[in-house]
Design a protein around this ligand. Structure first.
Ligand code: FES
Ligand SMILES: [Fe+2]
Length: 454
């Protein structure tokens, strides 16, 4: 539980707020690269409560400007992309991507008026399918050296979707490893075509992940501080206790997921792919998830991966809330009570993204943290809030985790591993299990071998 004052601190992200300052101390995703691929690469974006326009110049450089023209606040998302910048159609003022006013053509010949005008501008760059922007003070730092950035673009697929809630409750589902045993549970036979993420079997055990999640619903969860945020280690002992008699020798499933502070998570999707997902505020009551699917093995097939996801969202060019899921509060997230009785724990279909969407949207736009009961299993959520409050109380590289030297960050190791050491595992056995699984995956990778976190 948090106080009302803490909840406000944790959830407000507009300019001048402590939480807004914290998020602006990190590069943030502003758009997918694919959104700027059309004939006229200029789109309106709302980010951290600021209305912006993102555009791509003929040179291939990206710019982010305030959406309201510095002259009389006309909408620059209707601007003319020409002459080395974005020109406002109202009186023709021309701004370059640094916010410099290059021309005010309605003024008298020889006027120097434009030298006294600046448009709010933020540095931007494209990397691995996403346009990133830096809204913090001072010059932008380098991008982090983490796998999602270090991987070649051939091995990363990026996509996004809108959730109608504050970014933090979206992020908090990602640092809550216990929920997968319930929210994403399937009641029917696991061979059926659903739950891709949890349908694969765990290592050489022959046990499907979804079965393990269902049979061991009360994992032990530990938090370890890291240079980029924190690591969550979730242990599910199998083949003993309540799962004794299973056709397997006892083993412990070791799942490592990560918080890349403050607003991203990394989770393993399969033995080859990990997902790094940002939760970035549009404003305080809506956010986007941006997922980067990073393959340590073969290159990704972006066309297939996009086709699998694009039908679930409405694409509305010119709408800063595009990529809106077709399923949501307006249609009860697709809830079907018969399906809930017979097939899935939620009754909301087989797409786990929809389950997560219900979990984060149904508490309301800004979850009331004064009226909740955090349990011991919520250790990741407590760690997240503690780190955020510490950073807001005392801003700077000591508390804004990962900002001191972002290029030196590595990993994270985000893996499913198996240990057959005696249960309960010692901390050394836990460490050995996930680090050796991570090392094995990296040794077989064309790009990640030397990028393990220390
Ligand atoms: S409002 Fe943009 S040039 Fe006048
Ligand atoms: Fe989930």
């Amino acid at each position: 539980m948090s106080t009302a004052a803490e909840n406000k601190l944790l959830t407000e992200t507009g300019p001048g707020t402590p939480g807004g300052r914290l998020l602006r101390s990190y590069w943030q995703p502003a758009a997918l690269t694919e959104e700027l691929n059309g004939d006229r690469p200029v789109i309106p974006v709302r980010l951290l409560g600021e209305d912006l326009v993102v555009f791509k110049e003929e040179t291939g450089d990206y710019g982010v400007l305030a959406r309201a023209c510095a002259h009389r606040r006309a909408d620059l998302s209707f601007g003319r992309l020409e002459d080395g910048g974005l020109r406002c159609p109202f009186h023709g003022w021309l701004f370059d991507r640094d916010g410099t006013c290059l021309e005010t053509p309605a003024e008298p010949e020889g006027s120097t008026f434009c030298s006294r005008v600046r448009q709010v501008a933020y540095p931007a760059m494209e990397h691995n399918g996403i346009i990133w922007t830096w809204m913090g003070d001072g010059p932008p730092p380098p991008l982090p050296g983490l796998d999602a950035f270090a991987a070649p673009s051939s091995h990363v697929f990026a996509f996004k979707g809108l959730w109608e809630c504050n970014w933090l409750q979206a992020h908090e589902v990602g640092v809550d490893p216990a929920h997968a045993s319930f929210l994403h549970r399937f009641l029917g036979p696991v061979e059926e075509e659903y739950g891709l993420q949890f349908r694969s079997t765990i290592g050489d055990t022959g046990v499907p992940t979804t079965v393990l999640m269902r049979d061991v619903p009360n994992p032990s969860i530990a938090v370890e501080s890291t240079a980029y945020g924190f690591r969550l280690i979730t242990l599910r002992p199998y083949g003993s206790g309540s799962t004794a008699g299973a056709n397997n020798e006892p083993f412990t499933h070791v799942r490592v997921t990560n918080c890349i502070f403050p607003n991203a998570i990394t989770i393993p999707m399969s033995s080859e792919i990990a997902i790094t997902q940002w939760h970035v505020p549009i404003d305080d009551t809506s956010c986007y998830w941006y997922s980067m699917f990073v393959s340590y093995g073969d290159p990704v097939d972006s066309d297939i991966m996009r086709a699998q996801r694009v039908d679930a969202v409405e694409l509305v060019p010119g709408d800063p809330k595009t990529y809106r899921p077709k399923t949501g509060r307006a249609n009860n997230w697709g809830y079907d009570p018969v399906e809930q009785r017979d097939l899935t724990y939620t009754g909301m279909g087989f797409d786990i993204n929809v389950h997560d969407q219900w979990a984060v949207e149904s508490p309301g736009a800004i979850h009331d943290r004064t009226n909740e009961h955090l349990s011991p299993a919520d250790v990741g959520i407590r760690a997240q809030r503690r780190m955020m409050l510490a950073a807001m109380a005392n801003p700077g590289p000591d508390t804004e985790v990962g900002t001191a030297d972002p290029a030196s960050l590595r990993g994270p190791g985000s893996v499913d591993a198996v240990s057959r050491d005696p249960q309960p595992l010692s901390s050394t056995a836990v460490d050995d299990a996930w680090r050796s699984a991570d090392a094995k995956r990296r040794a077989a990778s064309s790009w990640a071998e030397d990028l393990a976190e220390t």
